[in-house]
Structure formats: structure tokens, C-alpha cells
Design a protein around this ligand. Sequence first.
Ligand code: G1P
Ligand code: ZN
Length: 543
Amino acid sequence: MQVHTVATVPFTDQKPGTSGLRKRVPTFQKAHYLENFVQSIFDTIAAPPGATLVLGGDGRYYNRAAIQIILKMAAAYGFGHVLVGKGGILSTPAASCVIRKYATYGGIILSASHNPGGPDGDFGIKYNTANGGPAPEKITEAIFAASKKIAQYRIADAADVALDTLGDSRLGDMTVSVIDPVGDYAGLMESLFDFAAIRTLLEGGFRIKFDAMHAVNGPYAREIFVRRLGAPADSMMNAVPLPDFGGGHPDPNLTYAHELVEILYGDDAPDFGAASDGDGDRNMILGKHFFVTPSDSLAILAANAHLVPGYKQGLAGIARSMPTSAAADRVAAALNVPCYETPTGWKFFGNLMDAGKVTLCGEESFGTGSDHIREKDGLWAVLFWLNILAVRKQSVEAIVREHWARFGRNVYSRHDYEGIPNDAANGVMKLLHDSFASLRGAQFGHLQVKLCDDFSYTDPVDGSVSTGQGVRIIFTDDSRIVFRLSGTGTEGATLRIYLEAFEPDVSKHHLDAQQALATLISIALKISELRERTGRERPTVIT
Ligand code: G1P
Ligand code: ZN
């Protein structure tokens, strides 16, 4: 095998964000751009000669071309074996599953998650470590540092690898195994959930609709829901993955999954609806004419985990990201297990799961998962809900309302202002920081500010400290407003405002969240001067 050493110069913008490096496709197509970043990963992780790597992506535009480049660079680097999903496809949870099952050195996942795809859409790349989870900050920082110094990369001069036939082939000294992307993952799901009970539920006339949003989970959903659980084929929608996700925004929320939302809120609605995102790790859960807030979903899974075979032995603990509502904390308290509050991003859960401190984790951003892998997991969350529904034989809405009646309701909403100029977004955050002193103790109507800070986190396992993780304004009644800048966007800035209030009174649980949070919303707009500084009258997305 001939290896070329190619001289290159650093790009200055290869800093991984909340979840890997994400840029527009044309950026990744620039000469040496992908290669520089991949070499920076390899130089950082220092894999021993002959190590095994997992490789796959969500099938978005540029996936196949990137896979070929990475395979040739992996061979040049000295990997002995690469497991690549057929067609270059692996959902993010399936990649995590495969890394763990075959105890590989790590894996590279190609995805920009829920961001749109296509020639002008987004692309992304991230490295996952041997535990199957996203590389922790100290590694992503080291990759960034390497990318700023890189002077050359190495790539094998070889023919493209055939990705569409299962089996092994050679690329120089390296073996490439093209694996079934679905089988291992589907098997893991079957080991956690009561498939027989779910099948009985579905055969009994319980109707579901799953929207794969033209993204990676289509084949996974067909295998699991239709083939293994007996759901009718037409209960799957948008189940053929497309490189541009059909021109859509593959993000399972009330705005972007409106096709599914209309069905679940329409006449003759099915009993249960769910969607997942571009790379299959997010989920949205709907009942008939009912939306389950992701923060509530985490709490409800935790409260009902004893009904599910894979979790009936109990939970070690629960973790949620800081902006996620405290609904899960109430369940943790009732179960007498610890609840951890981490910064935004799944990478912060890995240490807690590895140390056996938590079983379930979740984020308000439609992410839920457990220690079965080290990524959030869209289909896992759907199966968990179906398992609970099969045992409890109640509607989704009834289960949520009973939960609120028992624990109280953490009324919650997130307002996103997408694509605003960076200067305006930074100005809002600076204003908030500059206002900390005057905000502390300030009175807004019946609400008084108890605490106001920029969240920082000390990892209880390795002691690493992460600062600047979001501005929190917490009131004496524990309601709160959180401001954060997104770390996953590729155009301008996205400012997120998270709003939460606790309502113990059942007679008020029917209230619409926006109505119930109106006071907090107006305080948030006032103290941030958001409208004045951005010219935006309303959020782009409300969840
Ligand atoms: C967003 C979500 C965050 C999630 C991440 C990856 O990051 O808010 O919870 O972990 O996507 O799916 P953000 O854009 O807010 O940095
Ligand atoms: Zn995702």
C-alpha cells in the first residue's frame, strides 16, 4: 500500500461544539478540510497500531465521500480493522452500540444531527471513545489544538471500498468489515424491552405512527416496529432515508415534525406518535392530541422504569442537563436515588454512567437515554414508552396527568431565536453578565431573584471543571430562566431561553405552558433587551 504524506496548513475554525465539528457541506468540501480534522483526531487519540475503529454516519449528503477518505486515512494511520455500516450508514445510537459490543478503540460518526442536509446543508464529524460515548472536553480541546498546528496528513493511495455488500475486504494492511447497521442495535433493544407485551398491545388495536423524517432511523424503525413487533407498514412515515432529508429539517419537535403533529392532533388520530432526528438519537413523544415535554418524558420513564425488564432492578441515579426541568429530580427524590445536573451535551453523562452513578439521562432538547449505550437514543425512548403503555394500558395523556398529580408539574418551555447576528447574541449575553449584581435580590412582581450566575460544573468522577455553561436566573420559588448560546449551529448565533415554573395545584395543570409561563417570558425579554437588540419580535421555534 502506498501512503501519501500531504502538506497542509491549519484551518482556524475546527473547534468542536456541543456535539463534534459541524459546518456547511461546502466548508467540508474545501481541499484538506476534512482530512485536517481527521488527522487531528488520529494524532490526538494515539491509537495503538492494529486498533479497531467504528465508522458510519446518518447518510446525509457527503457521507459516502467522507467515509472513503476516512477509510484511506485510517489505513495510512495504522488501524488494523474498521467496522463500517453498510452504505456508510450507522445511526448515532447504533454506532455507540457497535463500539461497545465489539470493544473497539473508538469510532467516528458523521452527522450534523437534526440540522438540514444536502449540498448546501450541514455536515458534521465527531469522535467517540471506547465507552461508546462522545469524546469528553479534554479530548475535543486537544483535537482542536492539534488542528491549529497541523502541517501534514497521511492517506493511502487505494481504490474506493465497496460499501454496499456485507463482508470483509482489505485496504492495504487494514481489514474493512461492512456490517449490517441494524442487527446489533435491534438485538440490544430486544434485550431491554418486553417485545411480546408490545406486540400484544399493537395487535390489540393500539395504533402508532412513527415519523423517521427521511432520516437514518427509517430502516431501524421498520425492522423493530414492523418486522419484530408486528406494527402495520403504514404506521411508519418518511421511512426511506434521503441525503437531503427530503429538503426538511430532521428535528423532532412541534415545529419541524408538523406532518406527524397534524396527524396526532387530527380526527381519528392514532394512540401514540413519535419521531426521531437526522442521526436517530433524538425523540419526540405524542399521545392522541397530546405532546409530552421531553423533560417530563425523562421523569415519567424514571418513575415507570420498574415496569420495564431492562430496568426492573432499579435505577442507580438520574442525570439531566442544567436547562432540563427538575421534574426528574422529584422522581429521583421519591426513588431515593441521586440526581445529577450537568452542562448541556451528552458528553457530560459518560463519566457518570461509566462510574455506575446513573442509569437514565436526559435533556430538554428531545434527548433521552440510558447506560445501555453512551449516546442518547431515539428508538429506545419510543420503545420504553410503548413498554410502559403495554403494561399500564392507559393513554399517554392519562399517564402524564397522573404523573403531574403525584409529583406536581414542572411547567416548561424553550424559546429559540435562530440565526441572529453574532454581535447581537453576544451583546445579550454580555448584558446579562453585567447585570448579575443588580439582578441578585431584584423583585419582579411577586417573584424575587434568589440566584443568578453562569453555570459551571465539576465532574464528580474526574474533577474536570466546565465553566460558562449558561446564565441562570433562579427565583425564590425555584422558577427560573436560563439563557444559553447554542453550540451546534453553523450560521450566525442561536439564543435559547429556557423557562420553568413549578405548579403543584392539579386544578391548574390543564393550563397551556405559554400562558402559565407568561410572567417569566416577559421578565426574560425585559432583562435581556432581546427584542431591542435583535429586532426579533418572536422566537423561531417554541418547544
Ligand atoms: C443542542 C441541544 C443539546 C444537545 C445538542 C446535541 O445543543 O440543546 O441539548 O445535546 O444539541 O443534540 P446546542 O445547540 O443547544 O448547543
Ligand atoms: Zn441527533
